[in-house]
Write a protein that binds this ligand. Structure first.
Ligand code: PLP
Length: 442
């Protein structure tokens, strides 16, 4: 039993922080008090320029009036409604607006509360879809090395980030992985899509031959891999994955949790790259990060495969207490409206070339070994300190925070994904401050 007698109001002990070095943080906390547009304000009153859109989610910038007002109104009108065998108008309206925004072949939305839930939902739908069509042997799932698909058991099974997997036992059976697409000897300092690496999609043919197509349900990849340190798809790679999956009757799932809602200057990466997946997993930017919500977007072919049997029967035995929650739905509707009315995706597309040039100006600074970018995403990879992986990048993150900018590190890569409302002066401030931090040889 813990000793509760000395628990002060601001005691930091109880909160077991996610994906955080708890002891380091609690010794030197970085506390945020408020946020507006491109900035956080810390509890000690400092302004911090947000270079990560919170956590790749606040695409329209902080404190957007439409979203704030929509939530205020909704909570006083209908605070909660169950989504099982009951409905409320805003969830249906949001599904329609989402489908309108998605590529044309996408016609349905299944609501979740996070990216991890979207991924596990999509994997389950894939397996159940094949079963519903009489191909119940298709149960295998193919992910990719270095992939990140959230933290639930399905997601870490198809994911390929070793630290997220190795502590948690055997995970799902019947999973295989494509090779990752990072080819530093051939592609370093590429602006946008690398030239080399499309051939890595051919590995799918080898995996399919090994297991036989009749056992494989789906392939899931991030169109742009973020959490592993920003890996941009090589030219032709996603197209090849689409070609091979179609040939073998395998569903292709794009995990668009970070690429969805304008990150590349188009609504989704599928639009940007012109490749049509069968399902897309989304979350984060769906509500501008304000309220947890995710959605799996699917084709009519997938949805229709379930709409058989007696019509009083539940077709998919899956869902969450908060699927399509009214407040999240109201936030989602206001967010999509904000993206449209404020021209947020257009600004991302307009800023992307300036972002690219600014980012690549960091080439040549001490310990920088690669720079990668697309849309408003940037990765700056650093030479790890020998025997202490991640330490160099984390040190830079701390220094950057002291100097008033918020970046993120993953391994020894500094990853940035600012709110899509960023302007040129703010790009200069973000990259200029990062340059100062990188100039120190430590
Ligand atoms: C591609 C991808 N999928 C899934 C997730 C998981 O999302 P969540 O943290 O909302 O569960 C993330 C989170 O960063 C992500 O980047």
């Amino acid at each position: 039993m813990s000793d509760r007698t000395n628990t002060a109001p601001n005691d930091l002990r109880a909160f077991w922080m996610p994906f955080t070095a708890n002891r380091q943080f609690k010794n030197a906390p970085r506390m945020l008090a408020s946020a507006d547009k491109m900035h956080y304000t810390t509890t000690d009153g400092r302004q911090i320029l947000d270079g990560v859109a919170g956590l790749w989610c606040v695409n329209a910038g902080h404190n957007q009036p439409r979203i704030v007002e929509a939530i205020r109104q909704q909570v006083g009108e209908l605070d909660y409604a169950p989504a099982f065998q009951m409905g409320h108008p805003k969830a249906f309206e949001l599904a329609n607006r989402l489908v309108d925004m998605a590529p044309q072949h996408i016609e349905h939305a299944f609501f979740t509360n996070s990216g991890s839930e979207s991924v596990d939902t999509a994997l389950k739908i894939a397996i159940a879809y094949h079963r519903a069509r009489g191909e119940g042997t298709r149960t295998r799932l193919i992910g990719r090395e270095r992939g990140y698909h959230g933290v639930n058991f399905g997601g870490i099974s198809v994911g390929g980030i070793v630290t997220n997997r190795k502590h948690f036992g055997t995970m799902l059976g019947g999973v295989d992985h494509l090779p990752h697409t990072h080819l530093p000897d051939l592609n370093s300092y590429t602006k946008g899509q690398p030239e080399h690496g499309a051939h890595l999609a051919d590995e799918l043919e080898r995996i399919v031959a090994l297991h036989d197509p009749s056992t494989i349900a789906a392939v899931i990849v991030e169109p742009v891999a973020g959490s592993t340190g920003v890996l941009i798809p090589p030219k032709g790679y996603l197209e090849k994955l689409r070609e091979i999956t179609t040939k073998h009757g395998i569903l292709l799932i794009f995990d668009e949790v970070i690429t969805g809602f304008g990150r590349l200057g188009a609504p989704f990466a599928s639009d940007y790259y012109g490749v049509k997946p069968d399902m897309m997993t989304t979350a984060k930017g769906l509500t501008n990060g304000v309220i947890p919500m995710g959605a799996v977007l699917t084709t009519a072919e997938i949805y229709d495969a379930f709409m058989t049997g007696p019509d009083n029967m539940i077709e998919l035995f899956h869902g969450y207490t908060y699927s399509g929650n009214p407040i999240a739905s109201a936030a989602g509707l206001a967010t999509l409206e904000t993206y449209k009315e404020e021209g947020i995706f257009e600004n991302a597309a307009e800023m992307a070339p300036y972002w690219e040039e600014a980012l690549h100006s960091l080439k040549g600074l001490p310990n920088v070994i690669d720079i990668r970018n697309t849309g408003l995403i940037g990765g700056v990879e650093l030479q790890p300190i020998e025997g202490a992986p991640t330490k160099r990048a984390f040190g830079k993150f701390l220094k950057a925070y002291e100097k008033g900018i918020f970046v993120r590190t993953t391994g020894d890569t500094i990853a940035m994904s600012p709110p899509l409302i960023i302007n040129k002066e703010q790009i200069d401030q973000l990259i200029g401050t990062l340059a100062e931090v990188l100039k120190d040889e430590d």
